[in-house]
Design a protein around this ligand. Sequence first.
Ligand code: ZN
Length: 602
Amino acid sequence: MPGNFFRPVNANWVPRRLAFFFTIFILFVAALLVRIINLGIVHGNDYAQFSEDNYLKERSVDAPRGSIHDRHGTVLAYNRAMFEVSMSRGNLTTEALRASLDRLGAILGADLSSHYQAVAGVRPRWKSHVLSRRLTLDQITAVFEQRFHLPGVSIEPRFRRYYPLHSTLCHVLGHVGKITTTTWERQYRAKDYELDDYVGVVGLEAAFEDSLKGQKGQEQIWRTNRGYILGSQVIEPAVPGAEIFLTIDLQFQRLAESLLVGQKGVILALDPRNGEILVWASSPGYDLNRPTQIDDPTSKPLINRAIQEYYRPGSTFKIVTALAALEAGWTPDRRVTCEHRLFLPNWSKPFTCLGWHDSVDLVRAFQYSCNIYFYTMADFIYSRDPRDAGYRIVRTARRFGFESPTDVLSREIKRRASGFGEKAGALPSLETLRGERGSVLYMGIGQGSVDVTPLQMLMAYAALANGGELLVPRLVRRVQSEQSDDAFSSSKIVKETLALNPEHQRAIVEGLTTAVNSPGGTAYGAGFLPEWHVAGKTATAERESEPDAWFIGFAPAEKPELVVLVLIERGGHGGKVAAPLAARLFRHYFDSTRKPTTIALQ
Ligand SMILES: [Zn+2]
């Protein structure tokens, strides 16, 4: 029998233990009583005040702004969490407010005294004024440690827009900016924005503001009169903004941007089958994370040169003159003898060519870019009907989309894209051409008062490439949110049909193919491989000091998949400067689309 299995009975044990617990209990009750007396009697008034001044308030919660991606899903713009320190007046006295600001200033290493008026003036008094948006981890820790000596101060996580690739695709993405007092009163207050909010200022950030911004939520907070937040509760959760997927191919884009470093100019690439833009580079650009630090009136980095700047198209305009002449009865085999100069009666200056080309037909004229041939074509149009004064060229140019915006983004946002500021271009009026036979000739080679944007020129060549459909350029493939998923099909949007005679189209494209692939062609030797079948046109367009260098081409000529435009401001000769850059882009395209091993770009 296990005698030691039970505790041996000890007569004295029970009362001794009971006495011990009883003593503890008495001490505990006594301590509690002291505490109650202390709270209720000695400090009673203070605590009554405390509970009355705690208040329950509702405030908005930021929604994370939607991110932006390239066509393969690489992130181009997203949000980073930042810690923001702010202060609200609450019931603080002037002295307490100043002391708190000074103490916070010491922690942040900044003089915050200039913020005093702003904090004191915020209404209602519990609302806060932001003092700093980028706290370091050390600063956050220090503020937290000293929080009981920093009445009115609070730290909140906020979303901040971030562009991981800095200046890449800057003119398309655009940036966000803080709402100023004036714009808030004028346009944002009624739309539920608050004064410290950020909104899209230019580019896609502005055009898609309504989709990207999401919907703010509401929370209830419980604060003390000294500004400490005791607790919060979400009443209505914030809805994140929609994510946007672009048609842009980031690898292709970065190659284009690398070719423009140190230059002013534009590179664009597009699929002429559906109007999807693959590359949109305008140089110089700027760091999207520091948009306010730009101040350069000469290089104008904020200008989106593809749509906000006018250029003389020079010889790239010759496709318009050629089509107008062919439609007026000119034939492709008609020959013109180029002896370098052409004289018009009653016109003081001779019209000149860059070379002496002898007898050329349409294909040779494009191959050498013979000005005399196109002057003669323009004069042919003029002489057919002097009352119309060569205006046929202007009407043909309009069919190609000149003198009107390309309507980029018009389908995606169902209105003119705010923040894109697209220029419409300008062509000579009938009045200016009447009685000015010489002006018609100048227009025939893209000089005189012909103002185009590079994107218009790209779309004109895309129309020639695809057999006569003027497409709307597209930048967005998909807008995806919690509520909806707008996948824009890859089908094209035809703005206008040019009604091109296939024979005319073939003759012009043959001329452009010869210019790239045959010896003596203006872009021959620039690096285009014959198997790519590139058709293209160079231009060396007059400008005050140095001409602008252009190249526009598409490939394969018989069934085009890609149109590329390169424009270098004051670059010099189109064939020597712009065409070699375009060849690099075609090489990238054919290498990455035709060789399966290099398709996985990331
Ligand atoms: Zn010539």
